[in-house]
Design a protein around this ligand. Sequence first.
Ligand SMILES: Nc1ncnc2c1ncn2[C@@H]1O[C@H](COP(=O)(O)OP(=O)(O)O)[C@@H](O)[C@H]1O
Ligand SMILES: Cc1cn([C@H]2C[C@H](O)[C@@H](COP(=O)(O)O)O2)c(=O)[nH]c1=O
Ligand SMILES: [Zn+2]
Length: 282
Amino acid sequence: MLPTISSMKSLISPPFSPLFLHFPNTKRFAFLSLPSKKLNPSNPKFLHINPSMPSPTLPITSIPSRQSHTDTTQSSSPCGEIHVIVGPMFAGKTTTLLRRIQAESNNGRTAAVIKSSKDTRYGLDSIVTHDGMKLPCWPLANLSSFRQKIGTDAYDQLDVIGIDEAQFFEDLYDFCCEAADHDGKTVIVAGLDGDYLRRSFGSVLDIIPLANSVMKLTARCELCGKRALFTLRKTDETQTELIGGADVYMPVCRQHYVSGQVVIETARSVLESKKLQCGSCT
Ligand SMILES: Nc1ncnc2c1ncn2[C@@H]1O[C@H](COP(=O)(O)OP(=O)(O)O)[C@@H](O)[C@H]1O
Ligand SMILES: Cc1cn([C@H]2C[C@H](O)[C@@H](COP(=O)(O)O)O2)c(=O)[nH]c1=O
Ligand SMILES: [Zn+2]
């Protein structure tokens, strides 16, 4: 069963700033406020996205190990990286982003995480996964405001920038170019590749040519348990951007996406013809 917001609160210990810089005698990984059982590397959930979920479908390339990271402090010209995590809703994108950020932080790198301020589901200043893991973040309307929001000095000291809900940022491409190519940051981006109609969503697919690695995750089809590649919208709303969770969306396999869309579209046209008939009665 998914945790409710109130039960999630009991998992949360949020006294941390979204950005932890070099504090003497302070381990920088402390800034993650995850349930401790999930932070324990001996817990199988730590190493695998979720035993209840299928493993990721073939990554185009896998995210490289820490050893392969360029040490930007040794280099005269900064050399950043871009890693992209995509998939339908409930696939574990936020979970993966969060674990990756934690791993970077454990390796002594300084990290900050950004999410879109459009998503106010769990309060503005936290990223929360569908199963209740949480970390502080910078809620922003656009990425170009990030440097000014955290301050230039803090930005310069950052090694790693995580971006969640990347589909909502119009300036994703320019920000990633600038951060990785010019500023030497490692940028880890998580977002939906497709919307509920399986159309390319925002600029997520545009940054694939910039990326060091791309990982497509899958969820479990809510109707048959097979790998879910797509997100089905259960309501009749048609705008592209519609914030919601399991109340509005469900992960589905290809077969159930197609049959689900047929059901939803048939229901919609029946309702519309009923409305028309009613209108002609009066
Ligand atoms: N149909 C579902 N409804 C609600 N939660 C789900 C569903 N399927 C999987 N989950 C949970 O969501 C978790 C993934 O959450 P999260 O990392 O926030 O995914 P994403 O960012 O891809 O939407 C899974 O580990 C699982 O516990
Ligand atoms: C498919 C689809 C999703 N959205 C919204 C719904 C959620 O608020 C986010 C996705 O969150 P997650 O971390 O990937 O679970 O995007 C939307 O606005 N339009 C869509 O078509
Ligand atoms: Zn299915």
